[in-house]
Ligand binder design. Structure first.
Ligand code: 45D
Length: 166
């Protein structure tokens, strides 16, 4: 669960994973609003992201009710075993990041449950946000990959759950 790609920022990874599920979502949203402009989806072929695959998964989420969309995002963080969390688990780390980016964009244009206006970020999440803002762009990228990588369920490793047939 705490396996990292970057190796160097494990304290920031741990602090993130120690937050509650909703705090993780909220912090991730703040990260997006802080750095949304600086994210330029790389030119096709320039990275290991698979835009069609991220889009395909995003479209499935878009069809859900707001409540189900929020549940799905909580399920991803909590590694709950569902069809969508297994599909997510099969993506590359960069495609996972692109998927979260699409979700955040969807929140901005009302396709995805909007972020509550009155939400108060906890002090620990605020502190973490400040530390993240101080990192260089490339360090931020590897940290975010480390955040989204262990989310969902790896379909090649999960044991079968007979109650849901997956
Ligand atoms: O009511 O190499 C609460 C690519 C509770 C290109 C809530 C890239 C209360 C290739 C939980 C607060 C672009 C992929 C509600 C690189 C309540 C490439 C809901 C880079 C409703 C490097 C909260 C991609 C919710 C990058 C729903 C950097 C919160 C992508 C949801 C970065 C938060 C993406 C979301 C980021 C946050 C996405 C969806 C930072 C998403 C953040």
């Amino acid at each position: 669960m705490t396996l990292t790609n970057s190796g160097v920022q494990s304290p920031l990874l741990q602090s993130f994973q120690q937050l509650s599920t909703d705090e993780q979502l909220a912090l991730f949203w703040y990260i997006y609003t802080e750095m949304g402009q600086s994210i330029t989806p790389a030119a096709p072929g320039a990275s290991t992201a698979s835009p069609e695959i991220a889009e395909g998964l995003f479209k499935q989420v878009k069809e859900l009710s707001f409540e189900e969309q929020l549940q799905l995002q909580r399920d991803l963080i909590q590694n709950k075993n569902t069809l969508i969390t297994r599909e997510y688990g099969a993506l590359s780390d960069t495609t996972k990041l692109l998927f979260w980016y699409l979700l955040a964009q969807g929140m901005s244009n009302s396709e995805i449950i909007p972020f509550p206006e009155d939400y108060q970020l906890s002090d620990s999440a605020k502190g973490l946000l400040e530390q993240i803002k101080a990192l260089e762009f490339s360090q931020q990228m590897s940290l975010f990959r480390d955040y989204v990588s262990p989310m969902g369920v790896d379909p090649t490793e999960a044991v079968q759950d007979k109650s849901i047939g997956l």
